[in-house]
Design a binder for this molecule. Structure first.
Ligand SMILES: [Zn+2]
Length: 91
């Protein structure tokens, strides 16, 4: 059940990890928790995917409910998230 760093990266870059099987998600999270090499970066990727999903969800809510105060993902937020990931890659 132990994945290599490469396998973890492949999963996270090619697929939405939320769509993976619970067992696969568990093995990915477990690796990220214990791995000092890729853990930090992949944790960011997982967080980014969560963020992106939350923003999408909020956008959908916004479109459905037409609530003017609902937050939605603007260009500035997208840029900031991309920068977060870039920073982590280079550190
Ligand atoms: Zn690793």
């Amino acid at each position: 059940m132990f994945l290599t760093c490469k396998q973890v990266s492949n999963h996270l870059s090619k697929e939405d990890y939320a769509k993976l099987s619970p067992f696969r998600k568990f093995t990915l999270k477990f690796h990220v928790l214990i791995c000092p090499i890729c853990g930090k970066y992949n944790k960011q990727v997982m967080k980014f995917q969560d963020l992106a999903r939350n923003f999408r969800k909020k956008q959908e809510d916004y479109l459905e409910d037409d609530r003017p105060e609902s937050p939605h993902l603007n260009e500035e937020s997208k840029k900031r998230m991309a920068e977060l990931i870039d920073q982590d890659k280079s550190s």
